[in-house]
Design a protein around this ligand. Structure first.
Ligand code: NAP
Length: 247
């Protein structure tokens, strides 16, 4: 582990893909802030595992749909583990499953608030802290996109897929906006991953149509995040790395 490695804030780090990302980044030597909304017990378990393995981590609660919570997340994480070097914008929700004709305004608003506004405002805070224009040392942002942005999610998840389309565009635009300020911005687009986001029934229904003939695992997604934040990806920005078994 290099002492030079700085704090990485992972939103939605208590479960699923985010928890795997926290574990992997800690193994890589980064101090990690494990954000959660409701499951503090699970975030605490991730932190305890990291600390038991010699890493540094802190659990910080906060809803990424709430600007005040985001400000507090960045403040508390940096107070505990030093200046932020990286952000993984992982927190996301499906917003329920329905055809567009049955979608409620409340479900749509919540999905947009968490998946889009949450991602954009967390990235804003990271840029404010990391940009060399602001006296920062640069850093890396990884957004959690999805293959849903090009598949569209017909019949169940068009609203969710639409938010992930916004993530693709935001990643490309922000990458170009801050490329000369020491900040790289990329995204990972998972396919169908075995987490609580996908019911066993959904996984069984979709898996046979995946070219690799199986769902993916959270650690397989974390590997891509690990590479994108690392110096090995020093000339990579504005890119979406797809981790989907060919889907
Ligand atoms: P998950 O198992 O449902 O876990 C979601 C995580 O996000 C939890 O840690 C949860 O915290 C947190 N979270 C939810 N709403 C939040 C909010 N408003 N503020 C802060 N944290 C919040 O989901 P996942 O499958 O790991 O998905 C992670 C990301 O990958 C999402 O952006 C998702 O869209 C994307 N993705 C997933 C798949 C897939 O197949 N699983 C495919 C493509 C993309 P609590 O534990 O406190 O609730």
């Amino acid at each position: 582990m290099s002492d030079a490695k700085g704090l990485i804030i992972v939103t939605g780090g208590s479960r699923g893909i985010g928890a795997a990302i926290c574990r992997k980044l800690a193994t890589d030597g980064y101090p990690v802030a494990v954000n959660y909304t409701t499951n503090q017990d699970l975030a605490d378990i991730v932190v305890a595992e990291i600390v038991a393995n010699g890493g540094k981590a802190v659990a910080v609660g906060g809803d990424v749909a709430d600007e005040a919570d985001i400000l507090r997340l960045f403040k508390e994480a940096q107070a505990a583990l030093g200046p932020v070097y990286g952000l993984v914008n992982n927190a996301g929700i499906l917003g329920g499953s329905s055809r567009v004709q049955d979608l409620t305004a409340e479900a749509l608003a919540r999905t947009l608030a968490v998946n889009v506004a949450g991602t954009v405002l967390c990235a804003r805070e990271a840029v404010r802290a990391m940009s060399t224009n602001n006296g920062g040392k640069g850093g890396a942002i990884v957004n959690m996109a999805s293959v849903a942005s090009r598949l569209g999610g017909p019949g169940e998840l068009v609203h969710y897929a639409t938010t992930k389309g916004a993530i693709d565009t935001f990643t490309m635009g922000l990458a170009r906006e801050v490329a000369a300020e020491g900040i790289r911005v990329n995204a990972v687009a998972p396919g169908l991953i075995d987490t609580e986001m996908n019911s066993p029934e959904r996984q069984a229904r979709i898996a046979p149509g995946i070219p690799a003939k199986r769902v993916g695992t959270a650690p397989e997604v974390a590997e891509a995040v690990s590479w994108l934040v690392s110096p090995a990806a020093s000339y990579v920005t504005g890119t979406i790395v797809t981790v989907s078994g060919g889907r």
